[in-house]
Design a protein around this ligand. Structure first.
Ligand SMILES: [Zn+2]
Length: 133
């Protein structure tokens, strides 16, 4: 897998899956008592790629947590408990052109595999071309 999802990490496998991993991280941080109700998501948030990893940046202005995410899984911040979202998990939105984005980023060195929501395929292609990729 060129771009890494949370499920591709040793930590998520070790803790028995994404949701138990996120709750374990929240236990370790010990910043909030709330835990997510995975059956009651509210709102959504866009995923991005940074250094080859699919991530969500916590939108809470009082938090700077960055969390790896999976397709078909919800996002909940283990640092602030998604306090800005009534402590509820959010649906993660992945780009519709995920296969092409993956193919374009695969040509780059790992640290240059970055994509932000709104960045077009044409932009990625141009950046690759400028670098001779
Ligand atoms: Zn947060």
């Amino acid at each position: 897998m060129t771009l890494k999802f949370a499920k591709d990490t040793r930590a998520v496998r070790k803790f028995g899956g994404y949701r138990s991993f996120i709750e374990k991280v929240a236990d370790i941080y010990d910043n909030v008592d709330e835990r997510p109700d995975w059956e009651a998501p509210q709102g959504d948030i866009e995923a991005l790629v940074n250094h080859s990893n699919w991530l969500v940046r916590c939108p809470n202005p009082d938090c700077s947590e960055v969390t790896m995410v999976d397709q078909g899984e919800l996002y909940w911040c283990p640092n602030c408990g998604s306090a800005d979202n009534d402590f509820a998990p959010r649906t993660v939105i992945f780009p519709s052109h995920i296969k092409t984005i993956t193919t374009l980023l695969a040509k780059r060195p790992r640290q240059n595999r970055n994509w932000e929501p709104g960045e077009t395929l044409a932009q990625l292609k141009r950046e690759n071309k400028e670098r001779g990729l």
